[in-house]
Design a protein around this ligand. Structure first.
Ligand code: 5GP
Ligand code: ZN
Length: 313
């Protein structure tokens, strides 16, 4: 084996080991599908504490709370460009819409183990890929922003089709975000404030971290060019924490400046009528929770006092 293959093998084994430990302690519950887990009370209480800690840090800005289901409008989804840029991650909902004779065909198919899924039709809903996606069209429908712009606190289950044995790469996970719309200056200032707060947040939880320039996983050859452009313009930063064993730390938060992309897409406008700029700060709640178990052990009662005080004041 080449050296890098050996390395990859050890990494996979180490990650599987962390997953096995999480399952053994009952924190995650196996569902028969890689990247899809149930969670126990201990896990939920840690995750809930992180969620509330983030809310305490952001409280002074009085963000408007919006909670959306894990499904969103297919037409909003198509407008957003997600399907164009990340077709490999998207999940769409299909349902049976036939009559009784097609039902008989369907049953016959599934009885003999043949593929029946082709007999389903697409619907008007898709799985939400990022918590902030439903926010932009919602703001745009209200009319012009006021001069202060908008700030929204949103949280959602998100789906990305990435089956993996790496516990930090789930197919369905919770994402909390603050979403800002306004002038370029307003949204860039917002992102900078959260970049600073994020490092404090991680250090108050005793988690080693680094902030780095990043890119989204755009699809295909053109996607490589898009990713380079995103990096060159400094549109995305991530806060990385070593969670899995091995070389690569995990992105647990992201800080995104979309320029006027979503503003143009939905005609989201400032009080002056100009197209608004947007930015969002995303917290991966599962990844942050897992990083606590990784760094402080599987028993929250035994975590360092300062960490417990930050989580449960
Ligand atoms: P982004 O939109 O920047 O890709 O994702 C925002 C945040 O969601 C990431 O920083 C990360 O914390 C979380 N996230 C992204 N992909 C996954 C994933 O596959 N599994 C989990 N558990 N969290 C993810
Ligand atoms: Zn976002």
């Amino acid at each position: 084996l080449e050296e890098h293959e050996l390395m990859a093998e050890t990494e996979v084994r180490a990650q599987t080991c962390f997953l096995d430990e999480l399952l053994k302690h009952g924190l995650l519950i196996d569902t028969g599908v890689d990247g899809l887990y149930g969670r126990n009370d201990t896990y939920e209480s840690a995750c809930d504490a992180i969620d509330k800690l983030i809310a305490r840090i952001g409280r002074d800005e009085h963000a408007e709370v919006m909670r959306f289901p894990a499904l969103m409008s297919r037409s909003y989804f198509e407008d957003s460009g997600y399907f164009k840029n990340f077709p490999h991650l998207a999940g769409t909902v299909h349902c049976f819409c036939g009559d009784e004779s097609s039902h008989r065909r369907l049953i016959k198919c599934s009885d003999v183990g043949e593929d029946w899924t082709g007999q389903q039709q697409s619907t008007d809903v898709v799985l939400t890929p990022a918590a902030c996606y439903p926010v932009y069209p919602t703001l745009a429908k209200r009319g012009l922003l006021d001069t202060a712009g908008a700030l929204v606190d949103v949280r959602s289950d998100c789906f990305r089709r990435e089956p993996s044995r790496e516990p930090t790469r789930m197919q369905m996970f919770r994402m909390r975000e603050y979403v800002r719309a306004g002038t370029a200056e307003q949204v860039i200032a917002f992102r900078q404030i959260w970049l600073d707060r994020a490092e404090n947040l991680a250090s108050s939880l005793g988690l080693p971290c680094a902030i780095e320039i990043a890119n989204d996983p755009f699809f295909g050859r053109i996607g490589k060019v898009q990713a380079e452009g995103q990096r060159e313009q400094g549109l995305k930063f991530e806060l990385l924490i070593p969670v899995n064993e091995g070389e690569t730390p995990t992105a647990c938060m992201s800080f995104n400046y979309h320029q006027d992309h979503f503003g143009k897409t939905w005609s989201l406008r400032l009080a002056t009528g100009e197209i608004a700029h947007t930015a969002c700060v995303a917290f991966g709640l599962e990844r942050l929770t897992l990083s606590l178990f990784r760094h402080h052990g599987f028993v929250p009662a035994e975590w360092p006092e300062a960490v417990r005080a930050a989580l449960w004041p």
